[in-house]
Ligand binder design. Structure first.
Ligand SMILES: CC(=O)N[C@H]1[C@@H](OP(=O)(O)OP(=O)(O)OC[C@H]2O[C@@H](n3ccc(=O)[nH]c3=O)[C@H](O)[C@@H]2O)O[C@H](CO)[C@@H](O)[C@@H]1O
Ligand SMILES: C=C(OP(=O)(O)O)C(=O)O
Length: 417
């Protein structure tokens, strides 16, 4: 088991370049299953979730090569093989195998997904969408069985604007007969990225990024080349780390528009923010104001940055309240931050954070962003070494983390227990 060691207290300084978005990558790879020839994806992040997805496609007969950035996927020989267990259990986004395999073969057997379990994460809206398109869906011993004689377009109103359900319905509907409308669709940038890839493959999808998406089914999809958008959550994490350590960091290769909610909060706290076309400079200050944060669907403040933001708010004067309206109990970072001296209490779906100095401790990352929160906390501590276990969660979302932090001047290393 590996652990991450941090001897903190150094302001982060320099430039960090952000890689492609995890939540795009792990939807774009299964989308390639729908093509009849090679799909090339550029700017992929070097993450365990991406490696697992390559493994899944290869297990089905796909030809995949990946150099850590560019992935070539030839899906021609992919077969309709049931996957009730195995690698699909290792990540959350394996649910996209349902939409992609259903779209290509009119059938699929996919085990219920794994990934970060900070609270129950139902997939009822995905299933409602597949059923509306004409599929029969059953849950047999923890695996979802999907079958359709043919998929037909339908009008689907999502009860919650779910990222996963929106993308899964686009995947299943891209080759369905007739037109599909998704109402109350999620608007996250990753959805636009998936629609862009599918349209480059020959699909006809309009409205991605708005609450109404229209998909005209086509009979076949072809290969293409696509470059993935930058990871706004990874970028946001480095921005928060720069502020927390009172550093000065240029976060490069970002789409500033995707980070507006975070920028606004950082500015409200008193952090210096300079926006450029494809980069954002974060200039830390000695004192920060307390702020309240509400995690909401895009373009609101992202739930995936709620935990990292909790660590930053321990460094602000006064009392801040972080409420998560996407996941009501995403607070597994809180007990660990308390071990590091934070003054936080959880009430309902909110964490109430009183500014306080942190100390080094042995802590455990219980999920990906809880891990990011602990890294940020460790970077602010000026005496002692913070030891973080559960590194496998952090590796799901941050490529080259140690290298990047060291380039920014942090004293960070990995050790094997
Ligand atoms: C792989 C991926 O892209 N993961 C992201 C995706 O997760 P994911 O796609 O799983 O998240 P959703 O957008 O689906 O979830 C949003 C909310 O809807 C609820 N819900 C969702 C689906 C459903 O069928 N029924 C239902 O009730 C969830 O419990 C949650 O409260 O969006 C989340 C919200 O931005 C992010 O935290 C995750 O990083
Ligand atoms: C929750 C996350 O990912 P996933 O949905 O893949 O578990 C995340 O990226 O913070």
């Amino acid at each position: 088991m590996e652990k991450l060691m941090i001897s903190g207290g150094r302001p982060l300084q320099g430039t960090v370049t952000i890689s492609g978005a995890k939540n795009s990558a792990i939807a774009l790879i299964p989308a390639a299953i729908l093509a009849d020839s090679e799909v090339v994806l550029d700017n992929l992040p070097l993450l365990s979730d991406v490696a697992v997805y390559a493994e899944i496609l290869e297990a089905l007969g796909g030809q995949v090569s990946w150099d850590g950035q560019q992935m070539n996927i030839n899906p021609s020989d992919i077969k309709s093989i049931p996957m009730p267990n195995g690698p699909v259990k290792k990540l959350r986004a394996s649910y996209y195998m349902m939409g992609a395999m259903l779209g290509r073969f009119n059938e699929a057997v996919i085990g219920l997904p794994g990934g970060c379990n900070f609270e129950p994460r139902p997939i009822d809206q995905h299933i409602k969408g597949f059923e509306a398109l004409g599929a029969t869906v059953t849950n047999e011993h923890g695996a979802i069985h999907l079958h359709a004689k043919e998929l037909r377009g339908a009008k689907i109103y999502l009860d919650v604007s779910s990222v996963g359900a929106t993308i899964n319905i686009m995947l299943a509907a891209a080759k369905a007969k007739g037109s599909t409308t998704i109402e109350n669709a999620a608007k996250e940038p990753e959805i636009i990225d998936v629609a862009t890839l599918l349209n480059s493959m020959g699909a006809v999808i309009k409205g991605a990024g708005t609450e109404t998406i229209r998909i005209e089914g086509v009979s076949s999809l072809h290969g293409c080349r696509h470059s993935i958008i930058p990871d706004r959550i990874q970028a946001g994490t480095y921005m928060i780390a720069a502020a927390a350590t009172r550093g000065n960091v240029l976060v490069d290769n970002v789409i500033p528009k995707h980070l507006e909610a975070l920028n606004a909060k950082l500015i409200e706290m008193g952090v210096g923010i300079q926006e450029h076309d494809e980069s954002i400079r974060v200039i830390g200050k000695d004192r920060y104001e307390h702020v309240d944060v509400k995690a909401l669907v895009y373009p609101g403040f992202p739930t995936d940055l709620q935990s990292p933001m909790t660590s930053l708010l321990t460094q602000a004067d006064g009392v801040s309240v972080l409420s998560d309206f996407i996941y009501s109990s995403r607070f597994k970072h809180v007990p660990e931050l308390i071990r590091m001296g934070a003054k936080i209490r959880v009430e309902g779906r909110s964490a109430i954070v009183e500014g306080s100095a942190l100390n080094a401790a042995k802590v455990k990352a219980a999920d990906l962003r809880a891990g990011a929160a602990l890294v940020i906390a460790g970077l602010t501590v000026s005496e002692g070494v913070t030891e973080i276990t559960g590194v496998e969660f952090i590796d799901r979302g941050y490529d080259h983390l140690v290298t990047n932090l060291r380039q920014l001047g942090a004293d960070v290393w990995r050790e094997t227990e």
